[in-house]
Design a binder for this molecule. Sequence first.
Ligand SMILES: NC(=O)c1ccc[n+]([C@@H]2O[C@H](COP(=O)([O-])OP(=O)(O)OC[C@H]3O[C@@H](n4cnc5c(N)ncnc54)[C@H](OP(=O)(O)O)[C@@H]3O)[C@@H](O)[C@H]2O)c1
Length: 389
Amino acid sequence: AELTARTDGLFQLSWPQVTPTTRTTEHTLIEVPTGNVHDVTEHILTTLQTHLTNTTDNHLIILTRNAVNTPTPDLAAAAVWGLVRTAQTEHPDRITLIDTDDTLDPTTLTGNEPQLTIRNGKTHAPRLTKTPTPQPPTWHPDDTVLITGGTGTLGTILTRHLIETHHIKNIILVSRQGKTPHTLTDLNANITTTACDTTNREALHQLITNTPNLTAVIHTAGIVDDALLTNLTPQQLHTVLATKTDTAHHLHELTQHLNLKAFVLYSSLAGTLGNPGQANYAAANAYLDALAQHRHTQGLPATSIAWGLWANTSGTTQHLTTTDHARLTRDGITPITTEHGTALFDAALGLNTPTTIATPLNLTTISKNPTTHPLLRNLIPRRTPTTTG
Ligand SMILES: NC(=O)c1ccc[n+]([C@@H]2O[C@H](COP(=O)([O-])OP(=O)(O)OC[C@H]3O[C@@H](n4cnc5c(N)ncnc54)[C@H](OP(=O)(O)O)[C@@H]3O)[C@@H](O)[C@H]2O)c1
């Protein structure tokens, strides 16, 4: 029963085969190039802006290769998936996102499945599914854990959890300002707070080099700068991307030699479902999920947790209005309490899978919603067909 409680709200992304309805529409095919995450996402952002501001324009098909549903994702293309998933929430039924292996013509696949992968001539769609049962966590009191963004709301909750529940003695909190939160002063552990902009590779290198016996890295640093996609500036895209993606990539490279036991990335449900006004943030989080997959395939520790909304107000969620909260409730997204969130953290780490989605969902609400998000379709009980006669 305890394990059930811990995994309630924990999901993974699966790719069942589907037979989408086909539709012949006037379409514009946009091929996503390969390259650096900043360049590629900016290119797709500006291309989408051109098409979406012209309301009479065609249906758009965004075509990627190796972005998702692969053990070796192209990280930039994965970020494009986050960006486009948000574009789809802002412009319903205008865009189909397809990751292809070139074994099927994508141009008729603009029907009821807005996101698809083509593999060996078959189509697959993303769906949230329940996770398997996790193993217990394997922390040791002598572990030294570095937490980027450790002074923030979730970083502070995590620090308390690691100390009180797992008895970890050495924690390094990193943030640009580097001020120890006053809420942590009662804790009996060696907490060091360091001022470091983690997007700065050299500064981060110094910090890691000067940390003896580092055993785990948890990347929670993140910022938001919301705008609807058609108003989003390249500057807003790059700053929000950098905090998550550049930091994550630096951490990935700078800790290769350390034999870490955990490498955790705080990602967001926005990267998986898309979220209106957060194309930049969704892109950044989808990149984190892909980096975790990439590391996992290389045999390195990796856990990306795509969190839903936490109940505690924080830097990344304080701007949410009553309307935003009402929309989330309508979508069945239940806020995560501290107790549940820390249990989900432990469970996600015990799954030994690179990407996990952590969000309690109200399935009753979701099943009543006439426009259930396509990724949630498999979670709601199928309606029994009624026969009339
Ligand atoms: N809260 C939620 O409901 C929620 C939901 C889904 C995902 N998440 C994710 O969880 C993480 C933590 O979120 P939060 O809500 O706790 O946010 P928060 O309270 O705003 O904390 C963010 C932390 O990141 C630090 N930071 C920002 N930019 C940095 C940089 N360049 N270098 C070093 N540190 C930096 C901030 O400190 P300084 O300002 O001093 O740098 C702060 O400590 C984020 O990655 C967020 O995307 C949160």
